[in-house]
Structures are given as C-alpha cells and as structure tokens.
Design a protein around this ligand. Sequence first.
Ligand code: ZN
Length: 153
Amino acid sequence: MIEDLYQDIILDHNRNPRNFGPLAQANRSARGYNPLCGDKVEVQLQVDGDRITAVGFQGSGCAISTASASMMTQKLTGATIDEAESMFARFHDLLTEGDAGEAQEDDEELGELEVFAGVRRFPMRVKCATLAWHALRAALSDQGEEGPVKTEA
Ligand code: ZN
C-alpha cells in the first residue's frame, strides 16, 4: 500500500529538511542524479581526519529522496567514515533484501531509517531513497569535482 511508503516521519522530513543548504566548511562534495524520477542532490561533507563532522545537502526531488537525504545527514553527523560506510550497506540492504530480509527491520543501528523499509516494495523508489547515500559515498571517495553519480540500486 502506498500509505506504507509515505509515513509521517518521511513527510515531516520532506516538509522541513534538516541540514538543507550550503555547508560553509565543506571539504568534500558529490552530486547525484536519479533520471528515473528527476531527483537531484548535492551532498557536502566536512571531514576531519576519519570523522564526518558536518553533513549538508541541497537539491530538489521527490518526498522520498528529500526525506532520505535529510535523515541521512542527521544520522551521519559525527560518524566516522567507517561507520558511514557500514550504515550505507545496512540501508542499502534494508531497501533491496526483499521480503526475505525482514530481519533487517530490527536493525537497531538504522533507527528511524527503518521507515524506508516500505520502499523495497516500490522498486522505482529505491533509487530515490538511495540517491543521497550514493552521493555521500562518492563524496567520501571524493577526488574533487566530477560529474554526477548515477544511482545503482
Ligand atoms: Zn524520486
């Protein structure tokens, strides 16, 4: 059911995205584009050593892509790069494991990100939900400005 997809927390983050706007002290960034939906996002990071001290994003997209980016910035602010990579993997699994992966929904590390579990039933939307995360990953391996990353769900 579509109601499963648009839970209140997703709608809230879409209306009031957190950490939205240019990040003054950014030293890493990457852009992502999801041609299937038209979502565009730029993720900016302030990385200090192996720790992500600030995360911001800009762009425009559907509710799922915006909420996912917003919640990602909250989740990863203060995380180490290793933790961010681990979270990316967990989030990706949550969205792509299919019904066989129900156990993933009890993943405590994901916390509120579990609301995106409903997205896995809407394959077109998986790319929306993972767009900012792919951009994040590109930013972490950032070697300067490059073309936008394409999502591979
Ligand atoms: Zn979208």
